[in-house]
Ligand binder design. Structure first.
Ligand code: GLT
Ligand code: MN
Ligand code: MN
Length: 389
C-alpha cells in the first residue's frame, strides 16, 4: 500500500535554518551536533524531502561579524543549495536577542542607541529577506521584557514597540517589499517577563498600529502552552480576525521550560484539534515547524525528527477527515447543536422589535438544563478515532 503521509511542497511545510540546524546546546551543556552552514542545512532539508521552504534570521544566514566578502560567499552558496533542492525562502526575521547589545531588549531597550541599532538591523534583515523572496516577516521579541518591573515603564515600553513596528511597516511599504508582518508572542524565557505574552495581547496591539492591515500574528504552540493556554483557541481568535499570517508548530509539556519538541509529540490530542481547525478553516499560509530534535539525536535522527513533524501533521489531517465523516460523531454533533433559525435571526441584529420579542419570551430554565450533552461519548469516540480503534 502506498504511504499516504508523504509531504509535498503543496503542503507548505517549512523549517527555519535554526530548527534542523540546532546543535543541541542548552543552558547546561555544550553542542552535541556539529554546526552546519546554511547551504548544508538546506541540503539536509532536501534529504528530508517534501519541504516547501526554509526560513532564517539575518544571523542564521550571515554571522553578525561577517565581512562583505564572507557574506557574498555565503549567499552564493545558499542560493546554489536552494536551486539544488528546489527549496525557496518563505519567512525571514531578525535576531534581536543573541547579541549582548540586546541584553535589555531591542525596540523596548532603555537605550536610544540600542533602539536605533535594532531598527537598522531589522531594516537590513528585511532587505536580506526580500532578496531571497521572503513573503512573511516575523517579529519575536525574545528580549523585550524585564526581570524587575522597576526597569521599564510598561506603558512606555509598549509605546516604543508600537513606534518601531509603525516605522518598519512604513519602511516595507516605502521599499515596495509587500511583506506581511507576523508578531510572535511568548510569556517568558529568556526574560522573566516578556512583553505581549500571548497571541491575544498581540491581536489587541495590532488594532493600535498605523498599518495594522499588514500586521498579523505568528502563534507558536509551545509559547501558548507555556502560558498554560489552549493553543487552538488562540489560533481561532487569530483566524476570526483575519490575522493568522504564519504559524509555528511544535510541542511542549505544560509547565516546563521552552522545549520546542517535534510537532504532536507531547499533546497529540491538542495537535489533532489544531490540525482540524487549520484544515477546516482552509488556512493557506506557511506551516513552520519551529522545533528541534532531542539533544541526543545525531544527523540521521534529525532527519527523522523533521519527517516526523510533517508526517504527524498529515496523519492528523486524515484523522480530522475521519472524525468529520464518522457516523457516531455526526450524530452526536447533531444532537449537541440545537439549531433555532428564528431565534438566531432575532439575535443576529439589534432592532427594537427584536429586543421587545426577546424581552417578552418565556424560557423554561429547567427544561434547558435537562437537555443531554453527551460530551463524554463525544470525547471517547474522538479518542478511539485518534487511537485507531
Ligand atoms: C527562537 C524562538 C522562536 C522564534 C524564532 C524567531 S527564534 O528560536 O524560540 O520561537 O520563532 O525569531
Ligand atoms: Mn519556542
Ligand atoms: Mn517560534
Amino acid at each position: 500500500m502506498p504511504d499516504r503521509y508523504v509531504p509535498t511542497p503543496k503542503d507548505k511545510f517549512t523549517f527555519g535554518l535554526w530548527t534542523v540546524g540546532n546543535t543541541g546546546r542548552d543552558p547546561f551543556g555544550l553542542p552535541t551536533r556539529p554546526s552546519l552552514s546554511p547551504a548544508q542545512i538546506v541540503d539536509l532539508l532536501g534529504e528530508v524531502g517534501g519541504v516547501c521552504a526554509v526560513n532564517f534570521h539575518d544571523n542564521d544566514l550571515i554571522p553578525i561579524d561577517a565581512t562583505e566578502a564572507e557574506a557574498s560567499q555565503i549567499k552564493s552558496d545558499f542560493t546554489k543549495a536552494l536551486k539544488r533542492t528546489k527549496l525557496r525562502v518563505a519567512m525571514a526575521t531578525t535576531n534581536l536577542f543573541s547579541d549582548p547589545a540586546f541584553r535589555d531588549g531591542a525596540f523596548t531597550s532603555n537605550d536610544a542607541e540600542v533602539r536605533a541599532y535594532a531598527l537598522q538591523k531589522t531594516m537590513r534583515a528585511m532587505d536580506l529577506g526580500a532578496e531571497f523572496g521572503a513573503q512573511v516577516y516575523v517579529f519575536w521579541g525574545g528580549r523585550e521584557g524585564i526581570e524587575t518591573d522597576g526597569a521599564k515603564d510598561p506603558v512606555e515600553a509598549e509605546g516604543r514597540f508600537r513606534q518601531a513596528i509603525d516605522f518598519l511597516c512604513a519602511y516595507s511599504i516605502d521599499r515596495g517589499y509587500d511583506y506581511k508582518f507576523a508578531l510572535e508572542a511568548k510569556p517568558n524565557e529568556p526574560r522573566a517577563h516578556i512583553f505581549f505574552p500571548t497571541t491575544g495581547h498581540y491581536l489587541a496591539f495590532i488594532s493600535t498600529l498605523k498599518h495594522g492591515e499588514m500586521v498579523g500574528v505568528n502563534p507558536e504552540v509551545a509559547h501558548e502552552h507555556m502560558a498554560g493556554l489552549n493553543f487552538s483557541h488562540a489560533v481561532a481568535q487569530a483566524l476570526g480576525a483575519g490575522k493568522l499570517f504564519h504559524i509555528d508548530l511544535n510541542d511542549q509539556e505544560f509547565g516546563r521550560f521552552d522545549q520546542d519538541f517535534r510537532f504532536g509529540s507531547a499533546n497529540p490530542k491538542a495537535a489533532f484539534f489544531l490540525v482540524k481547525l487549520l484544515e477546516d478553516a482552509k488556512y493557506q499560509g506557511f506551516k513552520h515547524f519551529d522545533a528541534h530534535a532531542y539533544r541526543t539525536s545525531d544527523r540521521a535522527d534529525v532527519i527523522e525528527f523533521a519527517r516526523g513533524c510533517m508526517r504527524t501533521y498529515l496523519i492528523l489531517k486524515e484523522k480530522a477527515r475521519k472524525w468529520s465523516e464518522d457516523a457516531t460523531i455526526k450524530a452526536l454533533l447533531k444532537q449537541i447543536n440545537r439549531a433555532g433559525k428564528d431565534l438566531d435571526a432575532l439575535s443576529a441584529k439589534y432592532s427594537r422589535a427584536h429586543a421587545e420579542t426577546l424581552l417578552a419570551m418565556r424560557f423554561d430554565r429547567n427544561a434547558l438544563a435537562e437537555r443531554p450533552l453527551p460530551y463524554e461519548r463525544l470525547d471517547q469516540r474522538t479518542m478511539e478515532i485518534l487511537m485507531g480503534v
